[in-house]
Write a protein that binds this ligand. Sequence first.
Ligand SMILES: C[S@@+](CC[C@H](N)C(=O)[O-])C[C@H]1O[C@@H](n2cnc3c(N)ncnc32)[C@H](O)[C@@H]1O
Length: 232
Amino acid sequence: MVEFGNEIFGGSGRSARMPRSGAYFMRRTLVRLLLLLFRHTPAYTFPLLRRLYWNLQAEAINSRWGRSEADYVVIGRIIALVAPERILDVGCGSGRLYPLYQSFPFIREIWGQDIARSALELAATLHGWPKGRLVDTPIPQLAFPDRYFDLVISHRVLQHIPPGEIVQTVRTLCRISRFVYINELQDSDQMPPTPYMFKHDYVPIFTRFGFRVKESGHLGKQTWFLFAAQQA
Ligand SMILES: C[S@@+](CC[C@H](N)C(=O)[O-])C[C@H]1O[C@@H](n2cnc3c(N)ncnc32)[C@H](O)[C@@H]1O
């Protein structure tokens, strides 16, 4: 397997911190303070504060959604269609989708990326991540060669990228992969944007980088897209 200097850890994994009640209440208070700050200032646009917020949220996200398999059928179908050898899960959180990826023997490399190190620690502990690596490099700085991946998965992640950064983020995904699957906040969700969740217009952005919609559909109220490079 090729490595690109982004590795945090892979292979056997590492132990996650167990939740302690004092730490839990401190984290909850900090999250609330940050949310207040995000609401009244452009604080979310500062990468350090954003990273802090998602680090504090990782365990809560894992307890709430870490076992959900609601999208396994759709993503499984996408994987069967694309038949990727290399897959990158951006904003992989605690690695909820890893068992699905593992069930396809033709996937040789599985990379997980997230800006929250605490989420990646959970992912390593829960899944070991034997087939790949976990990295906390911001998406625009991922140093993979062009088209290194066959498929990138972004489930409820690009929606957390501020408007000023979404174009360069998508540009990177289109550079490093042949196919990109996304499921992000859209009108169909019938939810308003928040200071940390944005409604982007994805089709024109992907089109700008030579990608077209290959498939799209709904999962409950959520809209998903599979974008393909023109030549893919
Ligand atoms: C709603 S959770 C989804 C987790 C996972 N994709 C899943 O479906 O279970 C959003 C995830 O995006 C991560 N995230 C937020 N902003 C990010 C960014 N700019 N780059 C990468 N990951 C980000 C968070 O740390 C969090 O793990």
